[in-house]
Ligand binder design. Sequence first.
Ligand SMILES: C[S@@+](CC[C@H](N)C(=O)[O-])C[C@H]1O[C@@H](n2cnc3c(N)ncnc32)[C@H](O)[C@@H]1O
Length: 259
Amino acid sequence: MDGYRPDTYGDRFADVYDDWYQDVSDVDATVARIVALATPRGGRVVELGAGSGRLAVPLAGHGLEVWAVDASAAMLARLRAKPGGARVRAVVDDMAALAAPDLPTGGVGVVLCAFNTLFNLTDTDAQRRCLARVAELLAPEGVVVVEAFVPPPGGERDAAVSAVEPRHIGLDEVVLTVSRLDPASRTIVGQHVQITEAGVRLRPWVLHYAAPDELDAMAAEAGLHLVERHGGWHREAFTPASDTHVSVYAGGRSGGRTA
Ligand SMILES: C[S@@+](CC[C@H](N)C(=O)[O-])C[C@H]1O[C@@H](n2cnc3c(N)ncnc32)[C@H](O)[C@@H]1O
């Protein structure tokens, strides 16, 4: 999508993100799992693409030291404005770079990349760079936790699939999801088209997806290895029918131990 930049998604969704996505995943279960992983690892958490703080704010409320990285200043402004938001260290940065001086230089117990956010990096090279930088931030026993959808089956030769679906139909508002999934580039481009009497708002998004085994290979290039994969935050079994996964990667000297 021409003109799409790291801050485009956040800047275009910040005003509706909490209304639309607060319950998109189980916040309590996510927070409980990250607290369990982070506490014995020193309690430092970096969340990548933390957005409006849906997860980062309650994580900090549990006593963890939390850095929330996001490319969108508008998203992080929402985070700061929330009760408890001041406990989170909000950092404007591209998660493919993680170069901001106010990030920790190491000693991080958990790097969290929730709700498909790794796929917000729009090409494989950016995802690789992100994981390589993450590996540098981790404490020796630190882990990276990635929550992502399992891509639909289909090979590079399959035709692109376009769709227009109603996301919301209300008395004074319609939201349409317009999307095109291209198996050749492993990319989904979309727009949430919000139509009201006042006019039309366009909320664009791009996802570059990878299958779990492809993520494992990318992580391995960064010196990270899979220590745990579940089908959700309740540690459900990951099976061929799972449509999402929560994967935990370790690097350094952790030796694959998870709490
Ligand atoms: C789907 S939202 C997820 C927000 C939060 N993790 C949650 O679970 O509610 C993705 C977030 O990633 C941010 N983002 C997208 N591309 C980014 C990039 N290259 N670097 C940093 N943040 C990015 C967006 O601004 C947005 O806030």
